[in-house]
Design a protein around this ligand. Structure first.
Ligand code: FES
Length: 151
């Protein structure tokens, strides 16, 4: 069976469909347009309030002093060089492209990514890195036998 529609029927229905599409489209526009207009405001608010709060929040890690041997030792995000009771603490992020440094070869810190090496002061010995490792501040909590490192 084949349905045959008159031109008038087709015209009425096409107008109906077009009007329905326009109203849906308008609603969608208002709904999603509002979100699009709010996005920069939300972003700016986050940068001013939320983002700043996160950025300024101090971070620190605690390492038991007894877990720090003489020479280099690796503790998650930090590298510690201990010489007697003197500690030097560095961020383990290579200053070339940011790989994590987690090995020592013949008294030098060596980055596995491109081979940069650093001495016990964090200074570069061989490139491609040219900047020293980031030195981190820390304090000793003698009552708990902890080294508290500020990241
Ligand atoms: S990231 Fe360390 S040498 Fe390139």
């Amino acid at each position: 069976m084949r349905l045959v529609f008159s031109d008038e029927f087709k015209h009425q229905n096409s107008e109906l469909i077009l009007n329905k599409f326009k109203s849906i489209s308008r609603r969608k526009f208002v709904r999603y347009g509002g979100l699009i207009l709010l996005a920069p405001v939300i972003y700016a608010w986050n940068e001013l309030v939320g983002g700043e709060a996160i950025k300024t929040k101090p971070k620190a890690i605690q390492i038991p002093e007894g877990a720090i041997p003489q020479g280099f030792s690796f503790h998650d995000q930090v590298i510690i060089f201990r010489e007697d009771d003197e500690l030097k603490i560095f961020l383990s992020k290579c200053t070339h492209l940011g790989c994590k440094i987690n090995r020592e070869i013949e008294g030098k810190l060596v980055c596995a990514c491109h081979g940069s090496s650093f001495d016990k002061n964090g200074s570069p010995l061989n490139g491609p890195a040219v900047k020293a490792l980031k030195k981190l501040s820390f304090r000793m909590d003698r009552s708990k036998d902890l080294v508290i490192v500020n990241l």
